[in-house]
Design a protein around this ligand. Structure first.
Ligand code: ZN
Length: 256
């Protein structure tokens, strides 16, 4: 998969919040490590952080233009919040259905680190409106909150975002162990209502009757693997669409 990573601000006059720590330093540290982790997992990464800009708008436009020109699959902007020193926690912004699924997956991993869950929000921010692919903006936590800065760790934050985007590598190991034993089921967890498809093609390109609606919940499957932003899953029977294998968009589900 191809990711665009936008390390928020870091491009005067586009500079970030000043708190107990500087937002610019934090977005750069988390973004740099996240890019390394995604590359190490075999993904392509485009750094969309510009070097110079004339205005804040120009800085933002350069980021989204670069992601669009490179046809990335997922755009991820990294930011840190600041308010009054008291408010704390994590939130992720997303405006399309596909991005909301990805945002939920990333936020779920971040709050496991102990940050308060401020939810997925659909404010139409510039980088979300001007990207042609699923895009999320992660407000990792508050850089002016002692509560957040006490538990913030660059490595853990980058790992959580990576896990939210591509899944936990420890889960992968557990999965292949199960494959070897061949006697345990996988659980497909649908996080956002979506469809089971016969291929990884866009739902809009496929005949309507081949799409099978599936509600959020946990479904046992016999086998699963990750392919091009989707999970291929083997259903226990042919009750769905008279086929027992399906593709489901990874942004809307998890395999555990
Ligand atoms: Zn910011």
């Amino acid at each position: 998969m191809k990711f665009a990573i936008d390390m928020g601000h870091n491009c005067p006059p586009d500079t970030g919040a000043l708190g107990i720590k500087k937002e610019d330093d934090l977005t750069k540290a988390v973004g740099t490590l996240l890019m390394q982790k995604l590359k190490a997992a075999g993904h392509t990464v485009i750094d969309c952080t510009p070097k110079t800009a004339s205005t804040v708008k120009d800085s933002l436009a350069q980021r989204t233009n670069k992601a669009n020109a490179n046809n990335v699959n997922i755009y991820v902007a990294i930011h840190f919040n600041a308010f009054n020193g008291k408010v704390h926690g994590s939130e992720v912004f997303a405006i399309s259905n596909a991005s909301t699924g990805i945002a939920q997956s990333v936020l779920k991993e971040i709050v496991k680190l102990g940050f308060a869950n401020r939810g997925v929000k659909n404010t139409p921010l510039f980088v979300l409106r001007n990207t042609q692919m699923p895009a999320i903006l992660v407000e990792c936590c508050f850089c002016d909150s002692q509560t957040d800065m006490d538990i913030f760790d660059v490595e853990k934050m980058a790992e959580a975002i990576k896990d939210g985007l591509i899944g936990d590598s420890k889960d992968e190991t557990a999965k292949s162990d199960k494959d070897n034993k061949d006697d345990k089921e996988h659980i497909l967890e649908i996080t956002t209502a979506t469809v089971l498809k016969p291929s990884t093609d866009q739902s809009s390109d496929l005949p309507k009757e081949s799409l099978i609606e599936i509600a959020p919940g946990k479904y046992p499957v016999l086998d699963a693997r990750f392919e091009e932003q989707h999970y291929w899953v083997k259903w226990p029977d042919k009750t769905k669409g008279n086929r027992d294998t399906h593709f489901v968009f990874a942004g809307h589900c998890k395999v555990v």
